[in-house]
Design a protein. Sequence first.
Length: 133
Amino acid sequence: GRALPAAGVLADPSGPSAAAAPLLRYAQALQAVGGPEVIASLLPVLLKTLDDDTLRLGSALHDGEPARAAVVLHGLKGVLPMFCAPDMARSIQQLEALCKTAALVEARAAWPALRAQMLLLREEVRVIIEKAA
């Protein structure tokens, strides 16, 4: 497959997606987990995690189970900050805090914004995987 992009490619503010800064922080991931080969092996896992956890979170909040949502968010909080923008990491922490206090109405209100970020991050990861293939 082709090589993954250089560290600055995804975060270049002059690029075509300058209107919306990418959520995937490639340089940050390089520092956190190692070289491009390591990231190449982790991105498919990240993609599956985003798919699975988006569904699990939506289901838990829909079912009125904030404690179950908090468990999923706690796992994401451990993984995503290596790869994502600080704003997204804060959103995860805030929603986890709401779920831990059983603030279901507030958690349900906060979920759509985080869901949108997770879907956007998923798309960014998918594009990188495809370009590297």
